[in-house]
Design a protein around this ligand. Structure first.
Ligand code: IMP
Length: 175
C-alpha cells in the first residue's frame, strides 16, 4: 500500500510550497546585509530547511543541532539533551532557528536559553507548524507556516516512530 494513502491531507505540497516561498521572502527582507545562520533542528526540520534555504536569495550559513527530549515518545518533558551540537560558533551572528513544529514549546525554550549563552547578535524562530492549544512555554515564533489543531501530524519531515518523514505533504494518520 502506498504510504500517502494511510494519511488524510492537512496541507498539500502546493500549499506548503507557497507558504515556504512567502516565509523565505519575509526572511530575506529582514536580513539584508546581515550575517545569517540557519540552524535546522534535527531531524524533523530537514525537509523544511532544504526548501526554505533554496528560496532565500541571500548569502547564508547552514548548521544543524540535534535535540532529544527525555520522556514519552509523543510528549515533550522539557528536559532536553543536545545529541549533536552546532559545528561553528554563533557569536555575533543573526541566528534563525528552523523547526518543524512547536508543540508544548519546551524544546524551543531550552534551545533559546542555551543559544543566549553563546552571544549571537539575534535569535529568531521560524517554525513550519505550531499547536497553540498545547503551549506550555511562551515562544516567540517570528515566522510561522501554519497553525495546526491538537492532532499528531506527520510528513514533510515529521515522523511517527520514523515513519512518514518522506511523505511530501503534511497529514494525519487515518482513523
Ligand atoms: P515540544 O517541546 O513539545 O514543542 O516538542 C517539539 C518536538 O516534538 C518537535 O520538534 C517534534 O519533533 C515533536 N512533535 C511534537 N508534535 C508533533 C507532531 O504532531 N508530529 C510529529 N512530531 C511532533
Amino acid at each position: 500500500m502506498k504510504l500517502a494513502t494511510e494519511l488524510d491531507v492537512l496541507f498539500s505540497e502546493q500549499q506548503i510550497a507557497e507558504r515556504v516561498a512567502n516565509l523565505a521572502k519575509e526572511i530575506e527582507a529582514d536580513h539584508q546585509g546581515k550575517e545569517l545562520v540557519l540552524v535546522g533542528v534535527l531531524k524533523g526540520a530537514f525537509v523544511f530547511i532544504s526548501d526554505l534555504a533554496r528560496k532565500i536569495d541571500l548569502p547564508l550559513a547552514v548548521d544543524f543541532i540535534g535535540l532529544s527530549s527525555y520522556g514519552e515518545a509523543t510528549e515533550s518533558s522539557g528536559v532536553v539533551k543536545i545529541t549533536s551540537d552546532l559545528t561553528r560558533p554563533i557569536e555575533g551572528k543573526h541566528v534563525l532557528v528552523v523547526e518543524d513544529i512547536v508543540d508544548t514549546g519546551l524544546t524551543m525554550r531550552y534551545l533559546l536559553d542555551n543559544f543566549a549563552t553563546r552571544h549571537p547578535a539575534s535569535v529568531k524562530i521560524c517554525a513550519l507548524l505550531s499547536k497553540p492549544s498545547r503551549a506550555r512555554a511562551r515562544i516567540p515564533i517570528r515566522y510561522l507556516g501554519f497553525e495546526v489543531p491538537d492532532r499528531f501530524v506527520v510528513g514533510y519531515g515529521l515522523d511517527a516512530g520514523e515513519k512518514f518523514r518522506n511523505v511530501p505533504f503534511i497529514g494525519v494518520v487515518k482513523e
